[in-house]
Ligand binder design. Structure first.
Ligand code: CO8
Length: 372
Protein backbone atom coordinates (compact mmCIF):
# COMPACT_ATOMS: atom_id res chain seq x y z
CA UNK A 1 0.00 0.00 0.00
CA UNK A 2 1.15 3.58 -0.68
CA UNK A 3 3.00 5.13 2.27
CA UNK A 4 1.91 8.76 2.74
CA UNK A 5 4.45 11.34 3.90
CA UNK A 6 4.71 14.93 5.05
CA UNK A 7 7.04 16.49 2.51
CA UNK A 8 6.66 20.16 3.43
CA UNK A 9 5.48 22.31 6.29
CA UNK A 10 5.15 26.02 6.99
CA UNK A 11 4.04 28.48 9.65
CA UNK A 12 2.57 31.95 9.17
CA UNK A 13 3.27 34.02 12.30
CA UNK A 14 1.57 37.43 12.61
CA UNK A 15 3.96 40.38 12.97
CA UNK A 16 2.29 41.64 16.17
CA UNK A 17 2.65 40.10 19.61
CA UNK A 18 1.34 40.85 23.10
CA UNK A 19 3.41 40.11 26.21
CA UNK A 20 1.77 39.02 29.46
CA UNK A 21 2.63 42.40 30.99
CA UNK A 22 0.95 44.32 28.16
CA UNK A 23 -2.09 42.05 28.31
CA UNK A 24 -2.48 42.35 32.07
CA UNK A 25 -2.07 46.13 31.99
CA UNK A 26 -4.95 46.40 29.47
CA UNK A 27 -7.13 43.92 31.37
CA UNK A 28 -6.59 45.71 34.68
CA UNK A 29 -7.42 49.09 33.10
CA UNK A 30 -10.62 47.52 31.71
CA UNK A 31 -11.46 46.06 35.15
CA UNK A 32 -10.93 49.44 36.83
CA UNK A 33 -13.24 51.13 34.30
CA UNK A 34 -15.87 48.44 34.76
CA UNK A 35 -15.68 48.70 38.55
CA UNK A 36 -16.03 52.52 38.37
CA UNK A 37 -18.99 52.29 35.96
CA UNK A 38 -20.69 49.71 38.19
CA UNK A 39 -19.72 51.21 41.54
CA UNK A 40 -23.39 51.66 42.53
CA UNK A 41 -24.32 48.04 41.78
CA UNK A 42 -21.18 46.77 43.55
CA UNK A 43 -21.97 48.88 46.64
CA UNK A 44 -25.56 47.55 46.60
CA UNK A 45 -24.28 43.96 46.46
CA UNK A 46 -25.84 43.47 42.99
CA UNK A 47 -22.50 43.02 41.20
CA UNK A 48 -19.08 41.70 42.15
CA UNK A 49 -15.89 43.75 41.90
CA UNK A 50 -13.84 42.67 38.91
CA UNK A 51 -10.48 41.36 40.16
CA UNK A 52 -7.14 42.23 38.54
CA UNK A 53 -5.28 39.69 36.43
CA UNK A 54 -1.62 38.85 37.04
CA UNK A 55 1.29 38.10 34.70
CA UNK A 56 2.86 35.87 37.36
CA UNK A 57 -0.33 33.77 37.57
CA UNK A 58 -0.52 33.44 33.79
CA UNK A 59 3.04 32.18 33.51
CA UNK A 60 2.85 29.80 36.45
CA UNK A 61 -0.60 28.37 35.51
CA UNK A 62 0.10 27.96 31.79
CA UNK A 63 3.75 28.54 30.82
CA UNK A 64 2.61 31.25 28.37
CA UNK A 65 4.77 34.40 28.11
CA UNK A 66 3.45 36.00 24.93
CA UNK A 67 1.02 35.49 22.04
CA UNK A 68 0.87 36.62 18.37
CA UNK A 69 -2.25 38.43 17.14
CA UNK A 70 -3.54 39.82 13.85
CA UNK A 71 -4.61 43.06 15.58
CA UNK A 72 -3.10 44.40 18.77
CA UNK A 73 -4.70 47.82 19.23
CA UNK A 74 -8.27 46.57 19.59
CA UNK A 75 -7.31 43.84 22.06
CA UNK A 76 -5.35 46.23 24.26
CA UNK A 77 -7.88 49.09 24.16
CA UNK A 78 -9.64 48.96 27.58
CA UNK A 79 -12.73 50.50 25.97
CA UNK A 80 -12.89 47.71 23.36
CA UNK A 81 -10.96 44.52 24.32
CA UNK A 82 -11.58 42.91 20.94
CA UNK A 83 -9.51 42.92 17.73
CA UNK A 84 -10.27 45.26 14.81
CA UNK A 85 -10.89 42.59 12.19
CA UNK A 86 -13.59 43.71 9.79
CA UNK A 87 -15.29 41.04 7.69
CA UNK A 88 -13.77 41.18 4.22
CA UNK A 89 -15.95 42.16 1.23
CA UNK A 90 -17.02 39.28 -1.02
CA UNK A 91 -14.58 40.27 -3.77
CA UNK A 92 -11.47 40.27 -1.52
CA UNK A 93 -9.58 37.29 -0.04
CA UNK A 94 -10.66 36.49 3.52
CA UNK A 95 -8.34 36.81 6.52
CA UNK A 96 -8.07 33.04 6.88
CA UNK A 97 -7.33 32.52 3.20
CA UNK A 98 -4.58 35.13 3.30
CA UNK A 99 -2.83 33.51 6.26
CA UNK A 100 -3.30 30.11 4.65
CA UNK A 101 -1.67 31.11 1.36
CA UNK A 102 1.44 32.25 3.26
CA UNK A 103 1.76 28.99 5.26
CA UNK A 104 0.90 26.79 2.24
CA UNK A 105 3.45 28.54 0.03
CA UNK A 106 6.16 27.81 2.61
CA UNK A 107 5.11 24.14 2.74
CA UNK A 108 5.04 23.86 -1.07
CA UNK A 109 8.46 25.53 -1.39
CA UNK A 110 9.98 23.10 1.11
CA UNK A 111 8.58 20.15 -0.86
CA UNK A 112 9.61 21.62 -4.24
CA UNK A 113 6.01 21.62 -5.43
CA UNK A 114 3.73 24.16 -7.12
CA UNK A 115 0.13 24.93 -6.11
CA UNK A 116 -1.08 23.44 -9.40
CA UNK A 117 0.26 20.02 -8.33
CA UNK A 118 -2.07 19.93 -5.32
CA UNK A 119 -5.42 18.16 -5.75
CA UNK A 120 -6.84 18.43 -2.22
CA UNK A 121 -6.97 21.34 0.24
CA UNK A 122 -8.38 20.74 3.71
CA UNK A 123 -8.88 23.90 5.77
CA UNK A 124 -8.97 22.46 9.28
CA UNK A 125 -9.56 24.94 12.10
CA UNK A 126 -11.53 25.53 15.30
CA UNK A 127 -13.63 28.32 13.78
CA UNK A 128 -14.23 29.44 10.22
CA UNK A 129 -14.67 32.97 8.95
CA UNK A 130 -17.94 32.08 7.21
CA UNK A 131 -20.19 29.10 6.65
CA UNK A 132 -19.87 28.87 2.86
CA UNK A 133 -18.38 28.82 0.30
CA UNK A 134 -15.76 26.75 2.13
CA UNK A 135 -12.66 28.74 3.02
CA UNK A 136 -10.66 25.78 1.67
CA UNK A 137 -12.08 26.37 -1.82
CA UNK A 138 -10.96 30.00 -1.71
CA UNK A 139 -7.46 28.82 -0.69
CA UNK A 140 -7.52 26.23 -3.50
CA UNK A 141 -8.28 29.00 -6.00
CA UNK A 142 -5.64 31.41 -4.62
CA UNK A 143 -2.98 28.68 -4.85
CA UNK A 144 -4.03 27.58 -8.34
CA UNK A 145 -4.66 24.06 -6.99
CA UNK A 146 -6.89 21.51 -8.73
CA UNK A 147 -9.07 18.69 -7.45
CA UNK A 148 -11.29 19.60 -4.54
CA UNK A 149 -11.27 21.31 -1.16
CA UNK A 150 -13.32 21.29 2.02
CA UNK A 151 -13.43 22.76 5.52
CA UNK A 152 -13.38 20.70 8.68
CA UNK A 153 -13.57 21.52 12.38
CA UNK A 154 -12.51 19.33 15.26
CA UNK A 155 -11.34 22.30 17.39
CA UNK A 156 -7.79 21.73 18.69
CA UNK A 157 -7.54 18.36 16.95
CA UNK A 158 -8.37 19.70 13.48
CA UNK A 159 -4.80 19.34 12.13
CA UNK A 160 -4.30 15.69 13.09
CA UNK A 161 -7.80 14.72 11.95
CA UNK A 162 -7.08 16.56 8.67
CA UNK A 163 -3.77 14.71 8.27
CA UNK A 164 -5.57 11.39 8.82
CA UNK A 165 -8.15 12.28 6.15
CA UNK A 166 -5.42 13.33 3.68
CA UNK A 167 -3.20 10.32 4.42
CA UNK A 168 -6.13 7.91 3.98
CA UNK A 169 -7.04 9.45 0.60
CA UNK A 170 -3.44 9.19 -0.58
CA UNK A 171 -3.30 5.55 0.52
CA UNK A 172 -6.58 4.90 -1.31
CA UNK A 173 -5.35 6.67 -4.45
CA UNK A 174 -8.21 9.19 -4.59
CA UNK A 175 -5.79 12.14 -4.35
CA UNK A 176 -2.09 12.63 -5.11
CA UNK A 177 -1.11 15.67 -3.06
CA UNK A 178 -2.95 17.33 -0.17
CA UNK A 179 -2.47 20.50 1.83
CA UNK A 180 -3.81 20.45 5.40
CA UNK A 181 -3.91 24.08 6.46
CA UNK A 182 -4.90 25.43 9.88
CA UNK A 183 -5.57 29.18 10.01
CA UNK A 184 -6.47 29.92 13.63
CA UNK A 185 -7.79 33.41 14.45
CA UNK A 186 -8.36 32.62 18.11
CA UNK A 187 -8.28 36.34 19.04
CA UNK A 188 -11.70 36.78 17.42
CA UNK A 189 -13.48 34.10 19.47
CA UNK A 190 -11.71 34.67 22.76
CA UNK A 191 -13.34 36.85 25.44
CA UNK A 192 -10.45 39.18 26.30
CA UNK A 193 -12.57 40.59 29.17
CA UNK A 194 -12.71 37.28 31.04
CA UNK A 195 -9.87 37.03 33.58
CA UNK A 196 -10.04 33.21 33.66
CA UNK A 197 -9.18 32.76 29.99
CA UNK A 198 -8.02 36.10 28.53
CA UNK A 199 -4.40 34.92 28.39
CA UNK A 200 -4.85 31.53 26.75
CA UNK A 201 -4.93 32.03 22.96
CA UNK A 202 -3.08 33.53 20.00
CA UNK A 203 -3.31 33.70 16.18
CA UNK A 204 -1.24 31.72 13.66
CA UNK A 205 -1.55 29.50 10.59
CA UNK A 206 0.22 26.21 9.82
CA UNK A 207 0.26 24.03 6.71
CA UNK A 208 1.57 20.57 5.87
CA UNK A 209 1.83 18.98 2.43
CA UNK A 210 1.00 15.28 2.33
CA UNK A 211 1.89 13.11 -0.68
CA UNK A 212 3.13 9.58 -1.37
CA UNK A 213 6.58 9.01 0.19
CA UNK A 214 7.85 7.69 -3.17
CA UNK A 215 6.99 11.09 -4.73
CA UNK A 216 9.05 13.07 -2.17
CA UNK A 217 11.76 15.22 -3.73
CA UNK A 218 13.82 15.63 -0.57
CA UNK A 219 13.82 14.89 3.15
CA UNK A 220 10.38 13.97 4.38
CA UNK A 221 8.43 12.30 7.19
CA UNK A 222 6.73 8.96 6.51
CA UNK A 223 3.26 8.80 8.05
CA UNK A 224 3.29 5.28 9.50
CA UNK A 225 -0.10 5.50 11.09
CA UNK A 226 -2.78 7.88 12.36
CA UNK A 227 -5.37 7.44 15.09
CA UNK A 228 -8.30 9.71 16.01
CA UNK A 229 -10.79 9.49 18.89
CA UNK A 230 -13.66 11.63 20.24
CA UNK A 231 -15.82 11.62 23.35
CA UNK A 232 -18.56 14.21 23.89
CA UNK A 233 -18.00 16.86 26.57
CA UNK A 234 -19.38 20.34 27.22
CA UNK A 235 -16.28 21.43 29.12
CA UNK A 236 -14.93 23.36 26.14
CA UNK A 237 -17.73 24.95 24.15
CA UNK A 238 -18.63 27.83 21.79
CA UNK A 239 -22.36 28.29 21.02
CA UNK A 240 -21.95 30.73 18.15
CA UNK A 241 -23.96 28.77 15.60
CA UNK A 242 -26.32 30.09 12.96
CA UNK A 243 -29.28 29.94 15.32
CA UNK A 244 -27.70 32.59 17.56
CA UNK A 245 -27.40 36.36 17.13
CA UNK A 246 -24.26 38.23 18.10
CA UNK A 247 -24.77 41.04 20.57
CA UNK A 248 -22.27 43.55 21.83
CA UNK A 249 -23.22 43.18 25.46
CA UNK A 250 -20.92 40.87 27.34
CA UNK A 251 -23.81 39.03 29.02
CA UNK A 252 -25.48 38.21 25.73
CA UNK A 253 -22.47 37.16 23.73
CA UNK A 254 -20.38 35.40 26.36
CA UNK A 255 -21.37 31.85 25.46
CA UNK A 256 -20.79 32.57 21.78
CA UNK A 257 -17.07 32.76 22.43
CA UNK A 258 -14.62 30.29 23.93
CA UNK A 259 -15.91 28.87 27.24
CA UNK A 260 -14.21 26.22 29.29
CA UNK A 261 -14.10 24.51 32.63
CA UNK A 262 -10.29 24.49 32.64
CA UNK A 263 -9.80 22.37 35.75
CA UNK A 264 -12.11 19.61 34.47
CA UNK A 265 -10.47 19.70 31.04
CA UNK A 266 -7.11 19.34 32.70
CA UNK A 267 -8.20 16.32 34.77
CA UNK A 268 -10.24 14.51 32.13
CA UNK A 269 -8.10 15.04 29.04
CA UNK A 270 -4.72 14.10 30.52
CA UNK A 271 -5.46 10.38 31.08
CA UNK A 272 -7.31 10.20 27.76
CA UNK A 273 -4.31 11.53 25.82
CA UNK A 274 -1.56 9.46 27.42
CA UNK A 275 -3.68 6.27 27.07
CA UNK A 276 -4.39 7.21 23.43
CA UNK A 277 -0.72 7.62 22.52
CA UNK A 278 0.35 4.45 24.36
CA UNK A 279 -2.50 2.48 22.72
CA UNK A 280 -1.53 3.78 19.29
CA UNK A 281 2.14 2.84 19.79
CA UNK A 282 1.11 -0.62 20.97
CA UNK A 283 -1.14 -1.19 17.96
CA UNK A 284 1.73 -0.38 15.62
CA UNK A 285 4.30 -2.43 17.56
CA UNK A 286 6.26 0.70 18.51
CA UNK A 287 7.84 1.14 21.95
CA UNK A 288 7.79 4.45 23.84
CA UNK A 289 11.62 4.31 23.66
CA UNK A 290 11.36 4.46 19.87
CA UNK A 291 10.04 8.02 20.11
CA UNK A 292 12.76 10.59 19.77
CA UNK A 293 10.29 13.46 19.90
CA UNK A 294 6.76 14.29 21.05
CA UNK A 295 5.13 17.24 19.31
CA UNK A 296 2.16 17.80 21.58
CA UNK A 297 -0.81 20.15 21.48
CA UNK A 298 0.24 23.43 23.04
CA UNK A 299 -2.32 24.38 25.68
CA UNK A 300 -0.51 24.22 28.98
CA UNK A 301 3.08 23.41 29.97
CA UNK A 302 2.15 21.38 33.04
CA UNK A 303 -0.21 19.29 30.92
CA UNK A 304 2.52 18.55 28.37
CA UNK A 305 5.07 17.73 31.09
CA UNK A 306 2.58 15.22 32.53
CA UNK A 307 1.79 13.59 29.17
CA UNK A 308 5.48 13.37 28.20
CA UNK A 309 6.35 11.69 31.49
CA UNK A 310 3.44 9.27 31.28
CA UNK A 311 4.21 8.22 27.69
CA UNK A 312 7.99 7.92 28.05
CA UNK A 313 7.87 6.51 31.58
CA UNK A 314 10.39 9.13 32.71
CA UNK A 315 10.89 12.89 32.69
CA UNK A 316 11.49 13.90 29.04
CA UNK A 317 15.01 15.14 28.36
CA UNK A 318 15.63 18.63 26.99
CA UNK A 319 14.35 18.88 23.46
CA UNK A 320 12.45 15.58 23.46
CA UNK A 321 9.11 17.31 23.97
CA UNK A 322 9.48 20.85 22.63
CA UNK A 323 7.06 23.56 23.71
CA UNK A 324 6.27 26.65 21.71
CA UNK A 325 3.40 27.90 23.87
CA UNK A 326 5.65 30.30 25.76
CA UNK A 327 5.86 32.39 22.54
CA UNK A 328 2.59 31.52 20.74
CA UNK A 329 0.18 30.65 23.61
CA UNK A 330 -2.52 28.11 22.71
CA UNK A 331 -3.17 28.32 18.96
CA UNK A 332 -5.72 25.52 18.93
CA UNK A 333 -5.14 23.05 16.05
CA UNK A 334 -1.94 24.76 14.94
CA UNK A 335 0.05 24.24 18.16
CA UNK A 336 1.40 20.71 17.65
CA UNK A 337 2.23 21.52 14.01
CA UNK A 338 4.19 24.65 15.00
CA UNK A 339 6.16 22.49 17.47
CA UNK A 340 6.77 19.92 14.70
CA UNK A 341 7.68 22.55 12.12
CA UNK A 342 10.16 24.37 14.36
CA UNK A 343 11.66 21.33 16.10
CA UNK A 344 12.10 18.52 13.58
CA UNK A 345 14.74 19.52 11.02
CA UNK A 346 17.62 18.44 13.27
CA UNK A 347 16.43 14.83 13.47
CA UNK A 348 18.37 12.11 11.58
CA UNK A 349 16.91 9.69 9.06
CA UNK A 350 15.14 6.82 10.79
CA UNK A 351 14.24 8.93 13.85
CA UNK A 352 10.65 8.49 15.00
CA UNK A 353 8.21 10.86 16.66
CA UNK A 354 4.54 11.50 17.34
CA UNK A 355 2.37 14.54 16.68
CA UNK A 356 -0.54 14.57 19.13
CA UNK A 357 -3.34 17.10 19.43
CA UNK A 358 -6.21 17.17 21.92
CA UNK A 359 -8.97 19.49 22.98
CA UNK A 360 -12.63 20.36 22.56
CA UNK A 361 -15.00 17.53 21.68
CA UNK A 362 -13.21 15.99 23.54
CA UNK A 363 -10.97 14.98 20.68
CA UNK A 364 -7.51 13.47 20.39
CA UNK A 365 -5.49 12.65 17.29
CA UNK A 366 -2.03 11.13 16.90
CA UNK A 367 0.26 10.78 13.88
CA UNK A 368 3.28 8.41 14.00
CA UNK A 369 6.13 9.73 11.89
CA UNK A 370 9.56 8.52 10.73
CA UNK A 371 12.19 10.75 9.18
CA UNK A 372 13.25 9.63 5.68
N1 CO8 B 1 -4.84 36.28 37.09
C1 CO8 B 1 -4.71 36.01 38.41
N2 CO8 B 1 -5.36 35.01 39.03
C2 CO8 B 1 -6.20 34.27 38.30
C3 CO8 B 1 -6.42 34.52 36.92
C4 CO8 B 1 -5.68 35.57 36.32
N3 CO8 B 1 -5.82 35.86 35.02
N4 CO8 B 1 -7.30 33.61 36.46
C5 CO8 B 1 -7.65 32.83 37.50
N5 CO8 B 1 -7.00 33.25 38.61
C6 CO8 B 1 -7.10 32.69 39.97
C7 CO8 B 1 -8.50 32.19 40.25
O1 CO8 B 1 -9.31 33.24 40.68
C8 CO8 B 1 -8.26 31.14 41.31
O2 CO8 B 1 -8.16 31.78 42.56
P1 CO8 B 1 -8.80 31.10 43.88
O3 CO8 B 1 -8.06 29.79 44.03
O4 CO8 B 1 -8.50 32.10 44.93
O5 CO8 B 1 -10.24 30.90 43.55
C9 CO8 B 1 -6.87 30.58 40.95
O6 CO8 B 1 -6.25 31.56 40.09
C10 CO8 B 1 -6.93 29.26 40.24
O7 CO8 B 1 -7.87 29.37 39.14
P2 CO8 B 1 -8.10 28.20 38.12
O8 CO8 B 1 -8.55 26.99 38.85
O9 CO8 B 1 -8.98 28.65 36.99
O10 CO8 B 1 -6.63 28.05 37.53
P3 CO8 B 1 -5.81 26.79 37.08
O11 CO8 B 1 -4.60 26.71 37.91
O12 CO8 B 1 -6.66 25.59 36.83
O13 CO8 B 1 -5.32 27.25 35.61
C11 CO8 B 1 -5.93 27.03 33.29
C12 CO8 B 1 -6.27 27.66 34.64
C13 CO8 B 1 -4.60 27.60 32.81
C14 CO8 B 1 -7.02 27.39 32.30
C15 CO8 B 1 -5.85 25.50 33.46
O14 CO8 B 1 -6.99 25.01 34.09
C16 CO8 B 1 -5.68 24.76 32.14
O15 CO8 B 1 -4.75 24.98 31.39
N6 CO8 B 1 -6.58 23.83 31.86
C17 CO8 B 1 -6.55 23.06 30.63
C18 CO8 B 1 -7.09 23.89 29.62
C19 CO8 B 1 -7.04 23.27 28.24
O16 CO8 B 1 -6.23 22.47 27.86
N7 CO8 B 1 -7.95 23.68 27.48
C20 CO8 B 1 -7.99 23.29 26.12
C21 CO8 B 1 -8.76 24.36 25.50
S1 CO8 B 1 -8.31 24.69 23.93
C22 CO8 B 1 -9.28 23.85 22.81
O17 CO8 B 1 -9.73 22.76 22.95
C23 CO8 B 1 -9.57 24.59 21.57
C24 CO8 B 1 -10.77 25.39 21.69
C25 CO8 B 1 -10.95 26.19 20.47
C26 CO8 B 1 -10.07 27.40 20.39
C27 CO8 B 1 -10.67 28.60 21.02
C28 CO8 B 1 -9.98 29.87 20.60
C29 CO8 B 1 -10.48 31.12 21.30
Amino acid sequence: MTMPAITGHGVFTPSLSISNDELVEAFNAYADRWNAENAGAIAAGEAETMTHSSADFIFSASGIESRYVLDKDGVLDPARMFPHLAARPDDAPGHMAEMAVDACTKALDMAGRAGAEVDLVICAASNHERAYPAVAIEIQQLLGAGGFAFDMNVACSSATFGIQAAADMIRAGSVKRALVVCPEICSAHLEWRDRDCHFIFGDVCTAVLVEAAEEAQGDHWKIHSTRCATQFSNNIRNNNGFLRRTHDQMEDRRDMQFMQNGRKVFKEVLPMVSAHILGHLDEEGWQADDLKRLWLHQANKTMNDFIGKKVLGRVPEDGEQPNILQDYANTSSAGSIIAFSKHSDDMPKGARGVICSFGAGYSVGSVLLERA
